[in-house]
Design a protein around this ligand. Structure first.
Ligand code: CTP
Ligand code: CA
Length: 238
C-alpha cells in the first residue's frame, strides 16, 4: 500500500518510549519526585503512532493521560523503570528515553511512616545514586549486537563556565546515544517555567555522529513530530 510521507514514516517499526517522572519512596506515604509532566513523552508516542509505528510506553508518574493506541506499562521508581526498560529493549528498533529519572534515591525506605518526634534531632535523608538507564540501554545494544536507534533527552542550563549546548554536547558523548534532544532551560530567576508542565518547547537535536543539529520549536507535539522525522530519516538511511 502507498503511504503518505508523514503517515508511514515509521510504519513497521517498533518504538519504545519512557515517559513521566520517577518517584522514589521514603516511607509508605512519601516520595521524592520531580516536575516532569509526561507531556513530551506522550506527544512523542502520539507522533510515532501517527507515523505508523508500533509504540510501547513505559511510564512513571504523569500529570496527563497515557496515549491511546500505545501499549502501556506503568512503573514507579528508577529501579523499576530500569528493569522494565532493559527487559523490553531487545525487540525495539528505536528507544526514546524521555522519562525524568531520579538521579538519587533514599538509601533506605522506612517500613513505617516517618514520625516527627520532639526528643530526637530532625531527620536527615541519605541518598544513593541510581543507575544511568540510558547508558545501560546503549551498553545493552552493544552486548546484544542490536541494530537500534537510541535517543536521549536533556534539559540543560548554562552557567559562567559554559553554555547549555556545550554541556549538552558533553552529555551526548558521555551517554553514547545516537541523538540527544536538548531543552535549554532558563536560569531559573525569571519566575516562569520554560519546560516543565508547559505545552510548548524549544529544542536542538544533537547527533553523536556530528550531523548538524536540527532545531525545533512550538508545541510539544510539533517538537515530537520533528524528532520522529529525524529518527525516520536515520532509519531509512541505515
Ligand atoms: N537518564 C537515565 N537514567 C538516569 C538519569 C538520566 O536514563 N539515572 C536519561 C534520561 O532519561 C535522559 C538522559 O538520561 O534521556 C539525560 O538525563 P539528564 O538528567 O539530563 O542526565 P544526567 O546524566 O542525569 O545528568 P545531570 O547530572 O545533568 O542530571
Ligand atoms: Ca539527571
Amino acid at each position: 500500500p502507498t503511504t503518505t510521507a508523514a503517515g508511514g514514516a515509521l510504519s513497521g517499526k517498533r518504538v519504545l518510549i519512557t515517559a513521566g517522572g520517577t518517584r522514589e519512596p521514603l516511607d509508605p506515604v512519601r516520595f521524592l519526585g520531580n516536575k516532569s509532566s509526561g507531556k513530551q513523552g506522550v506527544a512523542l508516542a502520539e507522533a510515532a503512532l501517527a507515523a505508523g509505528a508500533d509504540v510501547t510506553v513505559i511510564h512513571a508518574h504523569m500529570d496527563v493521560a497515557a496515549p491511546a493506541g500505545a501499549k502501556l506499562q506503568s512503573v514507579e521508581t528508577a529501579l523499576e523503570l530500569r528493569a522494565a526498560t532493559l527487559s523490553a529493549a531487545g525487540t525495539f528498533d528505536v528507544v526514546i528515553m524521555a522519562a525524568a529519572v531520579a538521579d538519587f534515591r533514599p538509601a533506605s525506605i522506612s517500613s513505617g511512616k516517618i514520625k516527627k518526634r520532639d526528643d530526637t534531632a530532625d531527620p536527615v535523608i541519605n541518598l544513593v545514586r541510581n543507575p544511568d538507564i540510558l547508558v545501560e540501554v546503549v551498553a545493552h545494544r552493544a552486548a546484544q549486537n542490536l541494530k537500534q536507534l537510541i535517543v536521549g533527552f536533556a534539559a540543560e542550563t548554562g552557567d559562567d563556565q559554559d553554555d547549555a549546548l556545550s554541556y549538552a554536547e558533553a552529555k551526548l558523548q558521555r551517554k553514547g546515544c545516537d541523538l540527544l534532544v536538548v531543552n535549554e532551560v532558563g536560569p531559573g530567576d525569571s519566575g516562569t517555567e520554560r519546560v516543565f508542565g508547559q505545552d510548548s518547547n524549544q529544542v536542538q537535536i544533537l547527533a553523536l555522529d556530528g550531523a548538524t543539529p536540527v532545531q525545533a520549536s512550538g508545541s510539544k507535539r510539533t517538537v515530537a513530530d520533528t524528532v520522529v522525522r529525524v529518527i525516520a530519516a536515520r532509519l531509512s538511511a541505515s
